[in-house]
Design a binder for this molecule. Structure first.
Ligand code: ATP
Ligand code: MG
Length: 683
């Protein structure tokens, strides 16, 4: 009996993409490249999962598939989906999910390959990965070493300098070109900035540190060596990339060098959802892809949206139609509904938060679990008020894309300690760690680190230094900790005991901080080695606010709070979008350039297309504003987002909040039926 075709439920175009180049009974061979371009919710990611499954069914070795996704969570989901599809076919493996060894983000895969090839490319295999904040700290030290912090005119901050550096790397352009194009106000300091970048690179190399950008840069450079490119390219028969519209030129180059003729490559994306230009991503990767392949890539487009109801899509289409850029034609769908998206005109921000909290609960009462509901915002800070409201009402939530857990000072302290244990050459971590001790200032910290460096990155040198008197006790404890051979994750427990005492002295007692330390311990226990742990926290930091705390109780129900950027590729049955007002969406940081404004419009499109059944757009009428650089707060009247002009309003159903009470007058978009009330008296 023939086994069921696991892709039989796909539509014709999806099936064509999933089985492109494959024939029944013929082993899968890498052939002509394939590009799938299609709008939101048309099943691109679904199709990619089917393609993975189909390749495996046709004999492709899962260990020789390279799957590149935008987040690690997306890679994990893909594994799950592809194994589920294989299970339909009766190929249920004994393992819970398909062994896709090489599924992850560009950065994650880069880290892995670089570790493996380290000794062949002159890289210390023990390198540690700097997250953004740690990279800023390294740059800051270099900036001080060069005396730039004392220059007569104020030199740009570490964050600005790193942003300029990072842009140049990711855009694959010289610094001067990036400054002229994107950051012209930095042109007067172009020379010292270039010097700073060079010194930053040298400092990282001396200390065996790689920042995020280095991961891509080093990978691209490795692939610039023909023999290594051939060797690494040959390890993968098939390379599949999701969310291709949000890759940058460096990632484009990596893909091209990995598979110069594009054989075996499948790239998937949607140019109308490109929202990472501010980080150097470019839709040119998608547009140029077909002709960069030899033979040129085949293109499959998907038309049918399976996610959202028609009224939600009508709004999404209308938002894009306002744009001058010719995006693909409108999405159509099979899911009719009479419910238009709501435009909730809230009296102020408190009313906005109250509306969401009440609606979330009411919707759950109506049978939709909290986890099918999400609140999206342009930036993480926009959910602050709501977080308080949710906490007050005991509504559990997790937050994505917010203030990262790993940005908290005490978590960074702990990690500095662990990083220093892993790599004693890491001066920034050493510096941070030493300065935690009472009585230790920059001068002593520097001397201590010099002693470590002089001893060939050994901590022996420390033992001979007399510590500042106030630090005598913790200094001894620290030396013991550095010398102890405890194994992993036991070592983290020791680090924690050492640090906890310092923490209370530094920040005072705080149960929340202890909880964060618990979370670190829980994470550490998931890794067999210290390095594995550091790679994980460096590359894919969990968010603060219980992202991890939620994990032990998988069946816990919670609302998701997310930035629009972090909501990419995901969907919920109900979506609440906060602050659909000018200055928030579009962000007033972006209204300068027409291009930036277009990106803001695409952000709204991405937000709207996350919703399956219900969409609530929130428009607070009054918002509390603290103008930058001034200490004063003020209330301002907010205007509806310019992306929702009057001629789109017929696509929305207006709702005032709090609802007008009898005698309370009317609010925009609602009418109180007084006549009916008068009639009712006589009934
Ligand atoms: P995005 O642009 O947001 O990344 P996408 O194009 O990747 O979206 P998917 O996430 O793959 O779209 O699919 C959207 C929804 O449509 C999912 O719930 C998926 O299960 C469903 N879907 C996709 N294809 C089909 C199909 N052929 N039949 C029924 N449902 C489908
Ligand atoms: Mg997708």
């Amino acid at each position: 009996m023939a086994l069921p075709d696991p892709s039989q439920h796909l539509n014709a175009a999806q099936r064509r993409a999933a089985t492109f180049g494959l024939s029944p009974g013929v082993p899968a061979l890498p052939g002509q490249a394939l590009l799938v371009v299609a709008g939101a919710g048309t099943g691109k990611t679904t199709t990619l999962a089917h393609r993975v499954a189909q390749l495996v069914l046709h004999g492709a070795d899962p260990a020789r598939l390279l799957l590149l996704t935008f987040t690690r969570r997306a890679a994990d989901e893909m594994r799950g989906r592809a194994s589920a599809i294989l299970a339909v076919h009766g190929r249920r493996s004994s393992k819970p999910s398909l062994e896709l060894d090489w599924a992850g983000t560009f950065h994650g895969i880069a880290a892995r390959l670089l570790r493996e090839y380290a000794d062949r490319i002159g890289l210390d295999a023990g390198f540690t990965i700097l997250d953004r904040a740690a990279a800023e700290d390294v740059l800051d030290l270099v900036r001080a070493d060069l005396g730039l912090d004392r220059s007569p005119r104020r030199f740009p901050t570490k964050a600005t300098c790193l942003a300029a550096y990072s842009r140049a790397v990711n855009a694959d352009l010289p610094l001067s070109a990036v400054l002229a194009r994107d950051l012209p106000w930095l042109l007067p300091v172009a020379d010292p900035l270039a010097e700073l970048c060079a010194a930053y690179v040298a400092a990282k190399q001396r200390q065996a540190l790689l920042d995020f950008d280095d991961l891509l840069l080093w990978w691209a450079e490795v692939l610039g060596v023909p023999t290594l490119a051939a060797e690494i390219g040959a390890r993968f028969d098939f390379v599949l990339v999701d969310e291709f519209q949000d890759t940058n030129p460096l990632q484009g180059r990596i893909l091209h060098r990995l598979k110069p003729d594009g054989r075996g490559v499948t790239a998937i994306g949607d140019d109308a959802q490109a929202i990472f230009a501010f980080r150097g991503a470019t839709v040119r990767n998608i547009r140029d892809f077909p002709n960069a392949c030899d033979p040129p890539a085949a293109i499959v487009t998907l038309e049918e949206n399976y996610r959202s109801t028609q009224p939600i899509l009508d709004l999404a289409n209308a938002v894009l139609r306002q744009s001058t850029q010719g995006y693909r034609k409108a999405l159509r769908c099979a899911r009719a509904s009479r419910q238009r998206p709501w435009l909730v005109v809230a009296r102020d921000e408190a009313a906005q938060a109250a509306y969401v909290a009440e609606q979330v609960l009411a919707t759950r009462e109506a049978g939709m679990p909290l986890r099918d509901q999400a609140v999206l915002a342009r930036t993480a800070a926009h959910t602050a008020r709501l977080e308080v409201e949710l906490a007050r009402r005991d509504i559990p939530f997790v937050k994505y894309g917010g203030l990262r857990f790993l940005e908290a000072a005490h978590v960074r302290d702990m990690l500095a300690l662990v990083r220093f244990l892993e790599n004693p050459r890491d001066r920034v971590s050493g510096f941070r760690l030493l300065k935690l001790l009472p009585g230790v200032g920059p001068a002593f910290a520097r001397r201590a680190l010099d002693a470590v460096a002089a001893g060939g990155a050994s901590i022996q040198g420390l033992a001979e230094l007399p510590p500042p008197p106030a630090a005598a006790q913790p200094w001894r404890e620290l030396l013991d900790l550095l010398a102890a051979d405890l194994g992993w994750p036991a070592q983290l427990g020791a680090v924690r005991r050492f640090y906890e005492r310092l923490m209370v002295e530094l920040y005072g007692p705080a149960p929340d901080r202890l909880l964060d330390l618990d979370q670190l311990e829980a994470m550490a226990a998931l890794h067999a080695t210290r390095r594995g742990f550091l790679d994980e926290v460096g590359l894919d930091p969990p968010a603060a606010h219980g992202d991890l705390a939620g994990i032990p109780h998988k069946d816990d129900d919670y609302v998701v709070l997310s930035t629009i950027h972090s909501a990419k590729g995901r969907e919920w049955r109900a979506v609440y979008l906060l602050y659909v007002v000018d200055g928030w969406i579009p962000s007033d940081l972006a209204t300068g350039h027409a291009e930036e404004l277009e990106e803001e419009r695409r952000l709204l499109y991405v937000a709207v297309t996350r919703a399956r059944d219900q969409l609530h757009l929130l428009q607070p009428l009054r918002v509390w504003l603290r103008p930058q650089g001034s200490g004063s707060d003020r209330w301002v009247a907010a205007a509806r987002s310019r992306f929702l002009p009057a001629d789109l309003l017929h696509l929305l159903e207006a709702r005032a909040w709090p609802p007008p009470t009898a005698g309370g007058g009317t609010t925009a978009g609602t009418t109180v039926d007084i006549a009916a009330a008068v009639r009712a008296r006589w009934r």
